[in-house]
Design a protein around this ligand. Structure first.
Ligand code: NDP
Length: 267
């Protein structure tokens, strides 16, 4: 049987669970796909070299994670669906010699929230990178009022352009939100918080749901929320949902989403 190569680009990438999820699904569905898939984690130093590496490694598809989602948009030959609006994406598929980009984070993010069945009217997104765009887009599509706070001002521009309320961290004052999302990479080290500690504590004290996109470690953000009795969600369910949707593109829709999800949940 022919082997096709896939991978996930990021920096850092050592903690990525994507290879375990995709390799399990490729093994489970090889008989349906007619090829064996091999999926590995690829550490990339320079975003500018992303496409070059994709081609050099002979990949048929890839995921792209922090901090390369925006450059992945710019370097793809074409983009489909919400990726076009967001100008950030997490999935590349080689289609007829062209690198076509998709964003599966948007749909993957909302699935665990929907399962909670709690009302969400106002949400605060901490962070303004590629994932924050997907999160804001997803929440707005579900009728939620979204505010965004970020450490630096420049990345807030696309959110401001959409009319969202934006703050830089240094000028942010806590108020009640139904949902607070950590869409920064602060906490991946198990130590850092996305906002100054006392301020975050005051914010989470007034929050119903705290959702951290990070899945590799229990973050201090989620720990603080849990200590305050806030309902918490980590990035695991989102990770699996976005991975299953990406796999759907890798196999050109030949395996139903529910079956991919089940296979990946077992992984
Ligand atoms: P980007 O690199 O595009 O953006 C990073 C964001 O984090 C920026 O807003 C940056 O602020 C902020 N940031 C980084 N370090 C700190 C810090 N110490 N304090 C405050 N803010 C900080 O990353 P992505 O948007 O692609 O990813 C963000 C996180 O989401 C990652 O941890 C990633 O693993 C996770 N993720 C999880 C997914 C899942 O399936 N569960 C899916 C996608 C992402 P500034 O602009 O000031 O630099």
């Amino acid at each position: 049987m022919k082997t096709k190569l896939f991978g996930v680009f990021g920096n850092p990438i050592i903690h990525s669970k994507s290879p375990a999820l995709h390799n399990k699904a490729f093994a489970d569905f090889a008989h349906v796909l007619g090829f064996q898939g091999e999926y590995r984690a690829i550490l990339l130093q320079e975003g500018a070299h992303l496409k070059e590496e994709f081609v050099k490694l002979g990949l048929s598809g890839a995921n792209i994670t922090a901090p390369f989602k925006e450059i992945a948009y710019s370097l793809s030959d074409a983009q489909q669906g919400v990726a076009k609006e967001l100008k950030a994406l997490n999935t590349w598929v080689l289609e007829g010699g062209r690198v076509v980009g998709y964003n599966t984070d948007v749909q993957g993010f909302y699935a665990p929230l929907e399962a909670l069945e709690m009302p969400i009217t106002h949400a605060l997104v901490i962070g303004a990178g590629g994932s924050a765009r997907a999160v804001a887009h997803s929440l707005r599509a579900h009728g939620v009022h979204v505010s965004v706070v970020n450490r630096s001002v420049q990345r807030l521009n696309p959110f401001k352009a959409q009319g969202l309320t934006c703050f830089i961290s240094a000028e942010f004052a806590p108020k009640p939100y139904d949902l607070v999302v950590n869409a920064t990479s602060a906490g991946m080290d198990g130590v850092s918080l996305p906002l100054e500690g006392a301020l975050l504590h005051e914010l989470l004290r007034q929050t119903h749901i705290a959702y951290d996109l990070i899945y590799s470690v229990k973050t201090p953000f989620l720990q603080m929320a849990q200590d305050l009795g806030v309902r918490t969600l980590d990035g695991k369910a989102m990770l699996i949902a976005q991975a299953a949707l990406s796999f759907g593109y890798f196999c050109a829709g030949h395996v139903p989403y529910a079956e991919i999800l089940e296979s990946m949940q077992e992984a």
